[in-house]
Ligand binder design. Structure first.
Ligand code: ATP
Length: 458
């Protein structure tokens, strides 16, 4: 059913849904386009519309072959739409779910394209803030690159910022997708370009390993790991590639490379990676452990629609009419943190969550990919007084609860606690207890962290 968007565009058919709205295949004066129609609750938010218009010129000016171009921004009655370049293909999450792991050469080629996109954005003063496989589109019609990698284009520039309501963009609230959040964000610092580099390195690690370095378990535990844990080399990864990933995952933002340099170094590595198979990472199904997980994964090949069944994490009312859901996250390497090189892993579980809306999930928000949590205090991150510290583990010893990381995807699916498609489960938690419970035992608890609102970040 065709739908007019403003005076110049017609939306014909739904391509997919995300947390901010629905993407349509559409037609404009210059041919086919993709139209991201923001959710009604976002579109009716006066502040957001204003920021939308403020961002307009920056987004429209970002012109790069590895960036999904924004062609127009339309405000029309109740409709708020981003008109974008249409990319015929799939997104990187779908590809990863299908392939599980990607061979080093195509993985690095894809990462290099993302680095190019980030370099262009950072030069223009734009920080993406939500680099993750969902926001990378693979162009199936363009000639393939090294290792058969389709050209990758980064999308959703500025959208994370747009859909952060002033109330959520607080110095002590966290907006983002837990697995990809740089430690300085967890610590409450404003996002700078280096957060995108950290997220890019996380994505590259995930393409190679099939799981993210710090994901798995309760989102509180994921956030804490970003701050406190280090990551061990993936088995079989070429040294130079690991060095680069490791450098970009540095806890100190200043130690990370800049996007241009990442792109150059990744491309330099490409010839040596030719013909390498995907990393051989053992996946041992292990029974007897209940993962922290909410929602239901779609089986491969069912497309992205209805993805929200995967996402509904524990949610809570924040006392301001906004409902936020926190995340079940991706899986992680069980041996990280202690120099271990354990090779088991889990299947990717339901990912993050947050309708990022006032008043709960709308029909369009049936796939949640963000989280909104308060920033933990230094004491909590360090362990200390509130009991979040864990006893040091011997190298190679799994962290408490990491057995879930060895569940097969099928086992995960069987154990999944389905909380309903896109419906946020509202759990109100007051005080600090939620965070401690959430993070202190590395994700065993299902109690969410509390939301606390503080003065807005600049
Ligand atoms: N420019 C585009 N061309 C073609 N398909 C697109 C385009 N932009 C998005 N899509 C498709 O639409 C779907 C929804 O995209 P959207 O950006 O709304 O959500 P997302 O990035 O997957 O999740 P989130 O909004 O939570 O970050 C995706 O499956 C994506 O493949």
């Amino acid at each position: 059913m065709a739908r007019k968007i403003g005076s110049r565009y017609t939306a014909h058919q739904i391509l997919g849904r995300g947390s901010a709205g629905t993407v349509w295949l559409g037609e404009g004066p210059d041919g086919p386009v993709a139209i991201k129609l923001l959710r009604e609750d976002l579109a009716s938010d006066g502040d957001l519309v204003e920021r939308f218009m403020q961002e307009r010129s920056a987004l429209l000016c970002l012109d790069h072959p590895s960036v999904v171009g924004v062609r127009d921004l339309v405000v029309d009655g109740n409709d708020l739409a981003l008109v974008m370049q249409l990319v015929r293909g799939t997104d990187l999450r779908t590809r990863l779910e299908h392939d599980r792991r990607i061979a080093p050469q195509p993985a690095v080629s894809i990462a290099a394209d993302i680095a190019d996109a980030l370099a262009a954005a950072h030069t223009a003063g734009i920080v993406h803030r939500d680099v993750k496989p969902e926001n990378v589109l693979l162009d199936a019609l363009a000639p393939a690159g090294p290792g058969g990698a389709p050209p990758a284009l980064l999308t959703d520039f500025g959208v994370a910022k747009l859909i952060d309501s002033p109330r959520t963009t607080r110095a002590t609230s966290i907006i983002g997708t837990p697995d990809y959040l740089a430690p300085e964000i967890v610590e409450g610092l404003p996002p700078r370009a280096s957060v995108d580099i950290y997220a890019l390195a996380t994505v590259l690690y995930e393409l190679l390993a099939g799981f993210t370095p710090f994901g798995g378990g309760h989102p509180g535990a994921v956030l804490r790991r970003h701050v406190t844990e280090s990551v061990a080399p993936l088995p079989g990864i070429p040294d130079e590639l690991w060095l680069l990933i490791h450098q970009c995952l540095a806890k100190a933002p200043a130690s990370r490379l800049r996007a241009e340099e990442v792109a150059v170094r990744l491309r330099e590595l490409l010839p040596d990676l030719e013909g390498l198979p995907p990393l051989d990472i053992d996946e041992q199904p292990e029974e007897g452990y209940e993962p922290y997980e909410y929602g239901e994964s779609e089986p491969p090949g069912e497309g992205r629609q209805g993805y929200g069944e995967q996402g509904g994490g524990p949610a809570r009312a924040d006392g301001h009419g906004r409902t936020t859901a926190s995340a079940g996250t991706g899986s992680r390497h069980p041996g990280t943190g202690d120099g271990a090189t354990a090779t088991s892993r889990t299947g990717r579980t339901g990912r993050a969550a947050v309708p990022l809306v006032h008043g709960g999930a709308s029909p369009d928000s049936n796939r949640d990919t963000h989280t909104s949590m308060r920033v933990p205090g230094a004491d909590e991150l360090a362990g200390g007084a509130h009991g979040t510290a864990r006893a040091p583990r011997a190298a190679g010893a799994p962290r408490a609860g990491s057995a879930r990381n060895r569940l097969s995807p099928a086992a995960m699916r069987r154990r999944r606690i389905k909380l309903g498609a896109g419906a946020a489960v509202i759990v109100a938690v007051a005080g600090l207890g939620g965070w401690f419970a959430a993070s202190g035992d590395d994700g065993e608890s299902t109690q969410p962290a509390p939301a606390v609102e503080h003065p807005q970040e600049p």
